[in-house]
Design a protein around this ligand. Structure first.
Ligand code: IPM
Ligand code: MG
Length: 373
């Protein structure tokens, strides 16, 4: 018997908590029906932590995240904290978690469920069968580079500074993750930067090419400028298998890729650290969407991205492939049954609340698990 799986849930702000409630129901279902059990702790992060502790992430919560086998994260931020000093903003809690847990590889898959083909703003033939994966570097680049800050110049005017910086080691470790994943998929990797304008991009390109030639010659590697990649994503997204890119370009391109699938409300992500001697990796799972304060607390948000993030956790942190597939199939079956939250609503379908979507997923879990295999 494996020991209990230690899971830290940080639901955060906005639609985070209400989406997480539906995941808790899925977790309870797995415990009842599949004997998949977790030792669950909960904590505050983002604005919710700031309101109580005056900081978006306490040292104690960070410490619990360090000791957990996996962290399941909701969302952070909202206009309520607009006037909070920069260093205490809700987003800083998430960024500190990423940095201090050293979660350098962010996996953002974009795939389209057939049932949602018409929910995309793009023509069906452009997105049918879409299945790509963005591997975003998550602990370096302009998000963390020094120097940074806002300074006042002698003439009284001000200057804002951020620094884009990458070392060969940082590029190498995230590129390895991307090559490995491409090897398990369709064997294609597109590395994205702005080598035409930025030295850090030139280094990125050279290092990725070097690693390819020395260790992954069988992967089909291409390089693309980030602006072209944004254009290609909406022009012909199915040309991509795995996209490898830096922190900032990955932030932009993953929102763009997510929307190809109809709604930001559908897409999960995993953020992984380096495997230790026993193969264990620190990991945090979170939906790609944000806290959506405009719809928070109304029970209308789409909880599926958080449910699917949990499925990624089953797969990557706990090696529970069969259970991960079961949860993903239940989500797909709920969509096939015409169940829709507002963000993916289409004519003739059945509109439901956040809780209603949770009900539908549980119903499909019951049904699928009763099927003879
Ligand atoms: C994301 C978000 C975050 C980021 C914010 C909330 C700090 O947009 O995960 O894509 O910029 O990385
Ligand atoms: Mg983003």
């Amino acid at each position: 018997m494996p020991g209990k799986r230690r899971l830290l849930i940080l639901a955060g702000d906005g639609i985070g908590p209400e989406s997480m409630r539906q995941v808790r129901r899925v977790i309870d279902w797995l415990s009842r029906n599949r004997a998949v059990d977790f030792d669950i702790e909960e904590g505050l992060v983002g604005g919710a932590a700031y309101d109580v502790h005056g900081t978006p992430l306490t040292d104690a919560t960070l410490d619990r995240a360090m000791r957990a086998d996996a962290v399941l994260f909701g969302a952070v931020g909202g206009p309520k904290w607009d006037s909070v000093p920069f260093a205490k903003k809700p987003e800083r809690g998430l960024l500190r978690l990423r940095k201090d847990l050293d979660l350098f590889a962010n996996l953002r898959p974009a795939f389209l469920f057939d049932a949602l083909l018409d929910a995309s703003t793009l023509k069906p033939e452009i997105v049918r069968g879409l299945d790509l994966l963005i591997v975003r570097e998550l602990t370096g680049g302009v998000y963390f580079g020094l120097p940074r800050g806002i300074e006042t110049l002698p003439d009284g005017s001000r200057r804002g500074v951020n620094t884009q910086v990458y070392t060969t080691a940082e590029i190498d470790r995230v590129a390895r993750v991307a090559f490995e994943l491409a090897g398990k998929r369709r064997g294609k990797l597109c590395s994205v930067e702005k080598a035409n304008v930025m030295e850090s991009g030139q280094l990125w390109r050279e290092e990725v090419q070097k690693l390819h030639d020395s260790s992954y010659p069988r992967i089909e590697l291409s390089h693309m400028y980030a602006d072209n990649c944004a254009m290609q994503l909406v022009r012909a997204p199915k040309q991509f298998d795995v996209i490898l890119t830096d922190n900032l370009f990955g932030d932009l391109l993953s929102d763009c890729a997510a929307m190809l699938t109809g709604s930001l409300g559908m897409l999960p992500s995993a953020s992984l650290g380096q495997a230790d001697g026993s193969g264990r990796r620190r990991a945090l799972y979170e939906p790609v969407h944000g806290s959506a304060p405009d719809i928070a607390g109304k029970d209308i948000a789409n909880p599926l991205a958080t449910v699917l993030s949990f499925a990624m956790m089953l797969r990557y942190s706990f090696d529970l492939e069969e259970d991960a597939r079961l949860v993903e199939r239940a989500v797909e079956a709920a969509l096939n049954a015409g169940i829709r939250t507002a963000d993916i609503m289409q004519p003739g379908k059945t509109p439901v609340s956040t809780t209603g979507m949770g009900d539908a997923v549980l119903r499909e879990l019951d049904r699928l698990s009763a099927e003879p295999t």
